[in-house]
Every structure is written in structure tokens, then in C-alpha cells.
Write a protein that binds this ligand. Structure first.
Ligand SMILES: *Cc1c(COP(=O)(O)O)cnc(C)c1O
Length: 483
């Protein structure tokens, strides 16, 4: 299995090279050259009849399925058993998360929460990052190399990256976070590691500004190669791979009478794209709802056929989704355009010039076959948190509440008449947003015991202007990989 660029102008690379590179040299994103079946790669069931394999995946859980995903997508770097071994060790690595668990919790008739926030930094970003940390170590010690990892965060990627990469010998991590746009709990997950290889930098700008600095640093060939730059943002293929795993396990667990629908709180389109990947690899995934807050570029694109950015992102109570430009949209566009990289490149040139493009009609039909989109405002998000708490006793984080609200609480909805299960991705622990949750429900969620000392630890953070050169100077002075 090789990896090709969505812009069609870069040579195909290996799985390991795709993981380390992040962005392809032609500016595109890496995708596998074809979609393998997951169940062909599950350890121990190759001989089982096709009808039994889904049950196997559902029962054997996350590490097992992650191993199969590694075997299927790594082009021979892992096989079914070494993939399983690797995933099991990766998720056992963190004492705070001895075994990766992504439980399905029923909240109503036909409705489930898929709780993805039981990792060390309390968001779904841990699911991927806990695998990426050991994967980087594995690749870098094999090659005897060091890397500089640079990461823009809307709040949760940074904390998950710090937890996964702190103290690692081959890596220096630089996290760029938007000033004033993350919660205290989110920030503390980035600033309290005490690890000398971690630098958290508050940028005087929004997430899109942080992301633009990261993208420009990669585009600066001289800087990128001297710093040995690598990225763990959601464009990193390993994140998509790791996130596809819980769609496989959840869909197989619930799919008695037909496919399982998902509602996904969406910002950079990484998590939602992972659902599409699972579907291409054989998981019984139905429609995927792209649930957005007021930053609704994706919901508008599905509704109108035009992918058009607005001036700046709008601050909301679901800050991890305050994103205007959904980087991974390029991957689904590549699929929707029958993998015509030149066409993707043309549309993104237009996007760079004018801030938007029209999605060709057949591609739009393709998108609507797989995805719906809905934008939810803060008021409805709060009302949903309140209603769910009152009706079921569950506290939702504001992002999860956006997914719950977008999927519609109205019984007119087709899928309820069809009786197909609906899964909301619960992407963060409510205690990551205690003020918002308390305001909506009257209950202040407590941090789990494993991170109860978060507010007792000292913080270390730098502050820089929204300026590429200032960030690059900072990194040059501190990166051990610099040459
Ligand atoms: C990052 C994040 C999202 C959005 O995920 P994408 O992959 O960027 O679409 C949603 N909810 C929470 C809590 C997040 O941290």
C-alpha cells in the first residue's frame, strides 16, 4: 500500500513517509492508493465466514481493531499480529489509560454516545495521538533521526500531543494555541507537562492564524528541511487511521438491521473523514452528519454546493470547532472528483485566490450520498446540554451537544422511522469545559481523579505575535533537530 497526494503532482510514498511528512510536497494530503478491507486483516479471523467477521470486530475491541487497521493500511510495515501487539502497547503506554476504551453508552431509544474522551487529556484526540507517539518513536529510532513537531491547536490537539510526545527522545514539540480561545483546563493540559522537549506558545490570533503559520512553515522548504519538520494536525494520515477504528467497532456492535448513522462534531473534518474511511474499508456506516457550530463552512458547502470561507472564525462555546478552513475537506473532495488530483489542485488554487469554489455537480451528489450538514448556534447547544441532562442525567461537553442537536431531536427524521441506530461522537469530557457545562445545566462537572492535580501544577508557556518569522526564530533556537 502506497500513499498518493490529493493534488496528483507528488510521487507515491510509503506509509511511514506519509505519516512523517504530513503535507505532500505538491501541497496536497496523502491518501492510500486504494481502500483495503479491514476484516481481511484482523488477526485470527481470516478463515472465518464473512458474516461472522463483524461480530468479531465488535467484540474484540479497540486495540485489536487498531492492529487490523495498521496491518491493512501500512503496506506491510505491520501484519495482523505485529499491528495488534503495537496497538496494545501504544494504548497501554499511558498509565492514565491502561487500555483504550471507547464505550458506547445508550442515552435514548436508538441513540448512543460513543465516549471517546477517556484518554489522558480527556478528548478524542488522545485516541489517535496515543498511537502516533509510539509510531514516531518506532520510525525515528529505526532511522536514527530526530524531528521537530509543530502543531496548531484549537484546544484539544495540543493537550493530546503533549501527553503523547512529552519526554520522547527523538522529538521536540511546539504547540501553537490561539490566545484567549481555549478553556483553562484545555490550556493546562498543554502547559503543565514540565517536559523540556515541549514548548507551548500562545499566538495573538485565532486557530486559523495558528494553522496558517504551521502551513507556511511547511511550505518554507528551507526551514522545513533544516528543522526536520513534522506535523500531528488532523491532516496527518495516522490520525485518520486511528480514528477510523472506533467507527468500525461501534458500527459492527450496533448494526443488526442495517447501517449505523453517525453525528460528528466537526471542525477540521478529520474525525468525520475517518468515518468515511471506515465505511470504504467495510464498516456498516450509514450517513455521517457534519455537525458544525456558527463556523459552518462544511454545512454550507453541503447545502449550497459552494465551499466558501468567511472573513474570520466566530468564537463560540464549542471552541475546538472554531475553524473556517476544514483542511481534510480536500481528502473527500479528491474522492468526490473520482481521484482527479489535477482537478483538486485547480479548485484549491481558486480557493487560495478568491476564498471559495463551486463544487462540481457530480461531486456534490457524492458528498450528499455520504454526508449531511447542519449548523447549530450557541443557544441551541446550551438548550441541548440542558435537555439531555434533564432527560437522561448525562452531562455533554458543548461539542458533543452540537452533534446531538444537529442530528435533530425531531421524530420526523427518516432514520428513526427506519429504526436505524444513531451514534453521537462524544469528543470531549464535560469537565474540559466546566463553565459552559455549569451555565447550561446547573451542574459543575468534576475532573476525573487521574487529572485532579491539574490546577496544582505550575504552568510554562511562551507568547508570540501572529508572525511567521517570530515563530520560526523561536523554533530555530530550541529545536534539537535543527541543522
Ligand atoms: C478537535 C475537536 C473536534 C473537531 O474534530 P475535527 O477532526 O477537527 O473535525 C470536535 N470536538 C472536540 C472536543 C475536539 O477537540
Amino acid at each position: 500500500m502506497r500513499y498518493i497526494s490529493t493534488r496528483g503532482q507528488a510521487p507515491a510514498v510509503s506509509f511511514f513517509d506519509a505519516v512523517l511528512a504530513g503535507l505532500a510536497p505538491d501541497g496536497g494530503l496523502y491518501v492510500p492508493e486504494s481502500w483495503p478491507s479491514l476484516t481481511d486483516h484482523v488477526v485470527g479471523i481470516q478463515g472465518a465466514p464473512a458474516s461472522d467477521r463483524g461480530g468479531y470486530v465488535a467484540n474484540c475491541g479497540h486495540d485489536f481493531t487498531a492492529g487490523a487497521a495498521l496491518a491493512a493500511l501500512s503496506g506491510g510495515a505491520f501484519n495482523a499480529s505485529s499491528g495488534f501487539e503495537f496497538a496494545r502497547n501504544a494504548y497501554a503506554h499511558s498509565g492514565a489509560w491502561p487500555k483504550a476504551t471507547t464505550p458506547l453508552v445508550q442515552i435514548d431509544v436508538g441513540r448512543w454516545l460513543l465516549e471517546l474522551f477517556h484518554g489522558p487529556s480527556l478528548s478524542f484526540k488522545d485516541v489517535a495521538m496515543q498511537l502516533i507517539g509510539p509510531l514516531y518513536d518506532h520510525i525515528l529510532s529505526e532511522r536514527n533521526e530526530r524531528l521537530t513537531v509543530i502543531c496548531a491547536t484549537s484546544g484539544d490537539t495540543g493537550g493530546a500531543a503533549v501527553e503523547a510526545l512529552k519526554g520522547r527522545d527523538h522529538i521536540d514539540l511546539f504547540v501553537l494555541l490561539p490566545k484567549g480561545r481555549v478553556s483553562d483546563v484545555q490550556r493546562r493540559f498543554m502547559t503543565t507537562s514540565g517536559a523540556p522537549n515541549v514548548q507551548s506558545i500562545e499566538i495573538d490570533g485565532d486557530f486559523d492564524a495558528c494553522q496558517a503559520i504551521v502551513k507556511s512553515s511547511f511550505a518554507d522548504r528551507d526551514f522545513a528541511s533544516r528543522a526536520r519538520l513534522s506535523g500531528v494536525n488532523s491532516i496527518n494520515w495516522a490520525r485518520i487511521l486511528a480514528q477510523s477504528v472506533y467507527y468500525h467497532t461501534a458500527a459492527h456492535a450496533l448494526c443488526a438491521h442495517g447501517p449505523v448513522h453517525f453525528s460528528v462534531p466537526t471542525g477540521n473534518f478529520g474525525d468525520a473523514f475517518s468515518g468515511y474511511v471506515a465505511k470504504q474499508m467495510g464498516a456498516p456506516v450509514g450517513q455521517i452528519m457534519l455537525a458544525t457550530n456558527a463556523n459552518d463552512i462544511l454545512a454550507r458547502a453541503i447545502a449550497t454546493g459552494r465551499y466558501q470561507r468567511q472573513q474570520a472564525s466566530i468564537p463560540t462555546i464549542s471552541p475546538a470547532m472554531d475553524i473556517q478552513v476544514a483542511s481534510n475537506f480536500e481528502r473527500i473532495l479528491f474522492e468526490a472528483l473520482d481521484r482527479d488530483g489535477e482537478h483538486v489542485a485547480r479548485l484549491y488554487r481558486q480557493f487560495a485566490q478568491s476564498g471559495g469554489f463551486d463544487i462540481p455537480a457530480p461531486a456534490l451528489r457524492f458528498l450528499r450520498d455520504h454526508f449531511e450538514g447542519r449548523s447549530v448556534d450557541d443557544e441551541e447547544t446550551r438548550a441541548t446540554m440542558h435537555a439531555v441532562h434533564r432527560e437522561s442525567g448525562h452531562l455533554l461537553c458543548p461539542h458533543t451537544a452540537v452533534a446531538e442537536a444537529a442530528a435533530g431531536r425531531d421524530i420526523e427524521d427518516d432514520r428513526h422511522r427506519l429504526g436505524l441506530p444513531l451514534v453521537h461522537l462524544a469528543t470531549a469530557h464535560p469537565a474540559k469545559f466546566p463553565d459552559t457545562v455549569e451555565q447550561a445545566t446547573g451542574v459543575r462537572p468534576a475532573l476525573p481523579a487521574k487529572c485532579a492535580d491539574l490546577f496544582a501544577k505550575p504552568e510554562t508557556m511562551s507568547a508570540l505575535p501572529n508572525d511567521l518569522a517570530a515563530v520560526q526564530d523561536f523554533i530555530r533556537d530550541r529545536s534539537r533537530a535543527w541543522s
